[in-house]
Design a protein around this ligand. Structure first.
Ligand code: NAP
Length: 309
């Protein structure tokens, strides 16, 4: 018996929605399973300035809405549910969602990545009470506030600049004396008068009573400790791939990203991966889109071969 779906895509960020667009447009019955709402991390970005085709930039949520509309127009089905496990039975590729098994001929894993935690005391206790991993979501709550942004990469710096729209001051706390972020983003931050850089420093504790009231910081060069009074702490210290549900089935590398060949196929035939979940370095919307399109085309090719056999 033929599986009810030709393709199931797990994850509704740029990679997953692009894969869904391509497979649906190719006439393959495709289901996209997304645990929150389509858009992924890109939908939590205030302004995307480096995705081609939008010379003035475009708001992340709007860009991702357009991705979804385009894919749905070609017949992509979207289901809000959490993929808990995947398995293989003969030619069937199966996604477990609660008690239900969703069956397809091919899978595309595009489950993206989640914010990495700092792992310091107070981080979990004050989550939602001053600790945040999403500036677009929570930034507007901090009008005239003093905030800490932790991290020195593109995300921390870009989102730190975004926070200055609301906050009166943002401490950007970075463990080195040079930003990892580069180019325009770095230059804009360095010339932003509302950002005070706290170089060579790590956060050791987030403190407060009901809500966050400060961060305890140590200078890694001088070993000096100080407490910065802040109303909120935003943490952007990188991401970790969302691969919990594929463990034991698919191979992961030492960074936890999915191992694929250059055609985006994992070590299990008929299961492909695209986007941040298989890309440890270039986590860009444009890259995820390319991988998503490639995974879709490879899945189409795989299914055609299967039908010929
Ligand atoms: P990232 O580039 O890996 O940067 C993570 C930052 O957090 C680094 O500055 C790192 O310090 C710091 N860090 C890591 N662990 C830490 C810890 N335990 N304590 C304190 N600091 C810690 O991550 P990202 O900024 O999320 O970016 C991920 C990818 O997305 C990158 O490829 C980035 O270029 C891309 N991105 C691009 C844009 C864009 O507009 N083009 C926007 C956002 C993200 P070190 O520098 O010392 O390692």
């Amino acid at each position: 018996m033929q599986a009810p779906y030709d393709v199931i895509v797990i994850g509704g960020g740029p990679a997953g929605l692009t894969a869904g667009l391509y497979t649906s447009r190719a006439g393959l019955r495709t289901l996209l399973v997304e645990q929150l709402m389509p858009g992924g991390q890109a939908a939590t970005t205030d302004m995307v300035e480096n995705y081609p085709g939008f010379p003035e930039g475009i708001a992340g949520p709007e860009l991702m809405q357009r991705f979804e509309q385009q894919a749905v127009r070609f017949g992509l089905e979207v289901r809000i549910a959490q993929a808990q496990a995947i398995s293989v039975r003969g030619r069937d590729r199966i996604v477990s969602v609660g008690d239900e098994e969703l069956v397809a001929g091919a899978l595309i894993i595009a489950s993206g990545s989640s914010p990495r935690k700092l792992g310091v005391p107070g981080e979990d206790a004050f989550r939602g009470r001053g600790v945040s991993y999403c500036a677009t979501c929570d930034g507007p709550l901090y009008r005239d506030a003093v905030l800490a942004m932790v991290g020195g990469g593109d995300s921390a710096v870009k989102e730190g600049i975004f926070l200055t729209k609301f906050a009166r001051k943002v401490y950007l706390i970075h463990r080195r004396d040079e930003l990892r972020a580069s180019g325009v983003t770095r230059d804009r931050a360095l010339s932003n008068e509302k950002i005070e850089f706290v170089w060579n420093s790590v956060v050791e504790e987030i403190v407060g009573e009901q809500m966050v009231s400060g961060v305890r910081v140590r200078n890694v060069k001088t070993r000096e400790q100080s407490t910065l009074p802040v109303d909120g702490v935003f943490i952007f210290v990188g991401t970790e791939p969302n691969t919990g549900f594929v463990k034991g089935i698919l191979k992961l590398d030492e960074k936890g990203t999915l191992v694929t060949n250059r055609d985006t196929e994992t070590l299990v035939p008929g299961i492909f991966a695209a986007g941040d979940v298989q890309e440890p370095f270039a986590q860009q919307i444009a890259v995820a889109v390319g991988h998503g399109a490639q995974a879709a085309m490879m899945a189409e090719h795989y299914l055609a071969e299967q039908r010929r056999e």
